[in-house]
Design a protein around this ligand. Structure first.
Ligand SMILES: [Zn+2]
Length: 681
């Protein structure tokens, strides 16, 4: 239904519209005009829930600018904007549009990214596409309260659609959403005892509790707390998994015990990458209910265990499709990448830990672009930090098939094709949050403009920056009239000597890895300057290897690539990527240090900053080939334990952002000493 006719439609609905308009005065009245003036109200957690540190702002409070806007445009012109035109699983026959087609998770997954993208860009064509789906769900609720396709009674895909509805409501103030959710939750509360969570829903319960909290904060209906208790009771206890973590090695297919036609064994669910990425929010979320400090510590505990046994330099953990250890030739699924980002966005709001923002940026600026083609028309199922060849070959994945690291429409399995779209839009929406003390918080950085209200005063903050490529960020604060509030600014843990100035005056007590806070009466034209020096450095990784980073970005050796089209796939295609240059290099160090030469140029308009052409930063290092390090089964063989010796000539190597190098080496052996110091030009 087009926006312009929504008011008419609501009138026709009668009682539904009347109830919600009076009950929720924050959004009373305007619906069809809501798109132009997004709601600014933030709903704090109601008692007895514990308080968040920060609260998400309504969708559309943050507008992308600069390179980030470019990235969202690329996405809109790529798969996200066109998938429904040629991929039947989200086509007009979808069960989520009343058809006889796919009726499980793919429609809701697609919408979970399409809805925020359409609103952030205010793209009328995308809004029309998104609203068609939202309208079908809102207008076709069963008499008993069930939503979605009637031929499918699985709770899981509905959990995703609830996330879609909450985003839509925040962006539009659509008064149909809350009554539909109320009726659905009432129905589910009745049904759950007899039809408990199973399979995916049992392991992803927290994603529904997030929507239950959203509604509870708006209505105060105590029955919603009982529903949340029931979901938690029936759901898997993720916190316990990481308090006593048993999955310390790559799991084998035999251990998983998967068999066609049989239910998925519990171990396969517990070691599943996407389940774990979604679960990253579960302890923080349940702390709101339990007020138990061990629950509050659960997110950091989960991250520590995943880092220790399966950590990847991108901030992700390996899971292809299950935990796969720290070898950088193992993969991680795109669904896990975008779900991990969403979980971090959710957890940082509750907990307020600055380091969760560091990780969010690391994943957003590396793992996300690194697994998509520059034009966002093709994606991988599994990406590898050391990715030397993307071809049809059975790689050492736990269970995934030979297509898994191809760039294509639906390599290996189509879940990521449906689910990848939420990455950039939700990241954009999460750059700024409201603080519990009535102020604002910058939890991640990228060019953008915030429009919201503080203490009833309309305010905008223009964020000008080429971050993450440079560390200078300028915030221009523009309140409609002077207003006093605390401004929280995340200082990344990687920054040495952070410098924060307000109207030219340096702030004291600014610490890396924490939020700096400036409480003052803000006036029109106030200027905040953040300086985070971005010198390249190395971190240690698997087998004492080295990884080069500068700010939140990893720098990889780009392996020259021959792209070969395997198959046309409607409006897109499946591609192989074969290496045409050597990849088996180690980095030369001298007295324990790798020497760097940076090249920085302005961000060029019209190009993705995560492409070889558009990337504004490259780093020169010196390295040597390691002849004994060879390809095995289409992946880089076991990474030699560093330090390594090599008598090959010294060569200049140019490293580029991880996301730009589709074939790459990111995790390098370190060559400490070598007899041969000759240089090859
Ligand atoms: Zn997937």
């Amino acid at each position: 239904m087009p926006f312009s006719s929504r008011r008419y439609f609501l009138k026709a609905l009668g009682a539904v519209a009347a109830v919600s308009a009076s009950q929720f005065p924050a959004f009373g009245g305007s619906t069809s005009e809501a798109a132009a003036v997004p709601p600014t109200d933030v709903f704090l957690n109601r008692a007895p829930l514990a308080k968040n540190s920060y609260y998400p702002l309504p969708l559309s409070s943050v507008r992308p600018k600069g390179w980030l806007l470019e990235q969202l445009h690329i996405q809109a012109h790529g798969l996200t904007g066109h998938l429904d035109e040629f991929w039947p699983d989200v086509g007009s026959e979808s069960g989520w549009l009343g058809g006889n087609g796919e009726s499980w998770e793919r429609g809701p997954y697609f919408l979970d990214g399409l809805v925020p993208l359409a609103h952030l860009l205010q793209d009328q064509a995308l809004l029309a596409k998104a609203n068609k789906w939202v309208d079908w769900t809102l207008n076709n609720q069963a008499a008993n309260g069930m939503i979605g396709p009637s031929k499918n009674d699985d709770w899981w895909p509905r959990m995703v659609m609830l996330k879609v509805l909450t985003q839509h409501q925040e962006a539009t103030g659509d008064t149909r959403v809350i009554p539909v959710m109320q009726r659905y939750f009432a129905y589910q509360r009745e049904e759950l005892p007899g039809m408990p969570l199973r399979d995916w829903g049992k392991y992803r319960w927290q994603d529904e509790v997030a929507s239950v909290v959203w509604l509870y904060n708006r209505t105060g209906d105590q029955d919603l707390l009982r529903l949340a208790e029931l979901l938690h009771h029936q759901g898997y206890k993720w916190k316990l998994q990481f308090e006593n973590f048993e999955y310390k090695k790559k799991v084998s297919a035999k251990e998983l015990g998967l068999a066609e036609g049989r239910p998925i064994p519990e171990i396969a669910m517990q070691t599943h990458g996407v389940n774990n990425a979604m679960a990253l929010k579960s302890s923080a979320l349940w702390w709101l209910f339990s007020n138990d400090s061990s629950e509050r510590a659960g997110v950091e505990r989960q991250l520590a265990m995943l880092d220790m046994y399966h950590g990847m330099p991108t901030g992700m953990f390996s899971a292809d499709e299950h935990f796969a250890g720290k070898n950088p030739s193992q993969g991680v699924e795109l669904c896990a990448v975008v779900e991990n980002m969403f979980s971090l966005e959710y957890a940082i709001a509750i907990l307020g830990n600055a380091t969760l923002g560091d990780r969010l940026e690391k994943i957003a600026f590396n793992a996300l672009p690194g697994t998509l083609t520059d034009d966002m028309w093709a994606h991988q199922y599994d990406q590898q930090p050391n990715q030397i060849e993307c071809t049809l070959e059975q790689r050492p994945w736990t269970t995934n098939g030979p297509e898994s690291n191809l760039f294509g429409l639906e390599p290996n399995f189509g879940c990521c094709t449906a689910n990848m779209h939420q990455g950039w839009p939700k990241f954009t929406a999460s750059l700024w949050m409201a603080s519990a003390q009535g102020g604002l918080a910058a939890v991640a950085y990228a060019p953008s403009e915030l429009s919201t209200k503080v203490a009833g005063v309309p305010i905008s903050i223009a964020e000008e920056t080429t971050y993450p490529f440079e560390g200078e960020i300028s915030l221009k604060v523009q309140p409609a009239r002077p207003v006093r509030f605390p401004l929280f600014l995340r200082i990344p843990a990687w920054v040495q000597d952070p410098d924060v100035r307000v109207n030219g005056k340096a702030l004291e007590s600014v610490h890396a890895g924490e939020f700096a806070v400036v409480t003052r009466e803000w006036r029109r034209g106030d200027q905040v300057e953040l300086r985070f020096p971005t010198k390249p450095s190395t971190i240690r990784s698997y087998n004492n290897s080295v990884v080069v980073q500068r700010g939140p970005i990893l720098y990889s050796l780009n392996v020259e690539t021959e792209w070969k089209k395997l198959k046309n796939r409607g409006m897109t295609a499946d591609w192989e990527a074969r290496p045409t240059s050597a990849w088996n290099y180690g980095l030369q160090s001298s007295e324990g240090k790798v020497l760097f030469a940076e090249k920085v140029r302005p961000v060029s308009a019209g190009q993705s900053v995560f492409s070889l052409k558009g990337a504004p930063v490259s780093i020169e290092v010196q390295g040597r080939k390691i002849p004994q390090w060879k390809a095995e089964n289409g992946v880089a063989g076991e990474l030699p334990q560093s330090p390594v010796s090599s008598s090959e000539p010294l060569e200049k190597l140019v490293l580029v952002p991880y996301g730009a190098a589709k074939l790459r080496i990111t995790v390098f052996p370190e060559i400490a000493e070598s007899a041969d110091t000759s240089q090859k030009s």
